[in-house]
Design a protein around this ligand. Structure first.
Ligand SMILES: Nc1ncnc2c1ncn2[C@@H]1O[C@H](COP(=O)(O)OP(=O)(O)OP(=O)(O)O)[C@@H](O)[C@H]1O
Ligand SMILES: [Mg+2]
Length: 251
């Protein structure tokens, strides 16, 4: 099968004058279009480091990252920044919304990095907010006037406003209660069902279950992966398969 992202022999080493820490060690990964790939692993195993290397937010020490056949690891900083704006969406545990701007402006600012068509961006923003269960009432609110769940949904809309090739999510439900978690996961599942490729890091089995693939990071490499197939809710087999995979991985 073709790949949208291929990383080969990724190494990431953090050094200071006294010690070197080898976090990623010749790691290989391949993501297919339409994947909802979940990365799990212990705290400190390098999940965020991997996500940053794959998304061009940070550079690997060694190895290559190719997206749609383009070797982004060779890009200059400027070219990489342009590439990221167009092709990578991000959502994190914290929403990182700008408190001095309205909901709509937070989203528009990201859209305007890629396109000058204000109207088209605003239309897409409204449609995505709507799909996320956020009505017109929130458009002009400021982030501090939103609940945590609402704010995270706005951050998610901002992350996909430019129709990214890949949405990178680092513990997107990590700060949410269970209702809001389910809500955000439903939105991610919906996006994935309409073709959005997603790579998500999580500690949460409920979140991991949404993926069609769950990859386990240990000792700097992808130790193994579980192939869960497309998400079906209330599927006991799926839950069991994931549970036994994680036990096997020593999670
Ligand atoms: N910029 C950095 N400089 C030095 N060390 C770093 C840096 N970023 C990460 N590390 C180290 O690399 C290791 C992996 O960190 P990383 O944040 O990728 O882990 P993680 O799997 O995402 O953990 P968590 O589940 O707690 O978020 C950690 O030991 C961390 O201290
Ligand atoms: Mg992390």
């Amino acid at each position: 099968m073709e790949s949208v992202l291929i990383a080969k022999d990724l190494c990431k080493t953090f050094s200071n004058d006294r010690v070197q820490q080898h976090v990623l060690k010749n790691l290989n990964i391949s993501i297919h279009p339409g994947d909802f790939a979940v990365i799990m692993g212990n705290s400190g195993s390098g999940k965020s480091t991997l996500l940053y290397a794959l998304s061009g937010m940070d550079r690997p020490t060694l190895g290559s990252v190719g997206v749609n056949g383009e070797e982004i690891s060779r890009y200059s900083n400027d070219k990489l920044a342009v590439f990221r704006r167009k092709n990578c969406g991000f959502v994190f545990q914290q929403n990182f919304l700008n408190d001095t701007m309205s909901v709509m402006d937070n989203i528009m600012v990201n859209g305007l990095l890629v396109s000058k068509d204000r109207r088209a961006i605003a239309e897409r923003a409204k449609e995505l907010l709507n799909r996320s269960g956020l009505t017109e009432e929130v458009y002009n609110k400021y982030p501090t006037q939103l609940s945590g769940g609402e704010a995270q949904r706005v951050a998610l809309v901002r992350g996909i406003i430019n129709n990214p090739t890949i949405l990178f999510a680092d513990e997107p439900t990590g700060a949410l209660n269970s209702t809001n978690t389910a809500n955000v996961l439903d939105i991610l599942t919906g996006l994935n069902e309409s073709g959005q490729t997603i790579i998500m890091v999580t500690h949460d089995m409920k979140a991991a279950r949404r993926g069609n693939r769950v990859l386990y990071l240990k000792d700097g490499v992808i130790l193994d992966e579980a192939d869960l197939g497309n998400y079906v809710s209330e599927d006991e087999n799926r839950h069991e398969k994931l549970r036994s995979f994680l036990i096997e991985m020593g999670w």
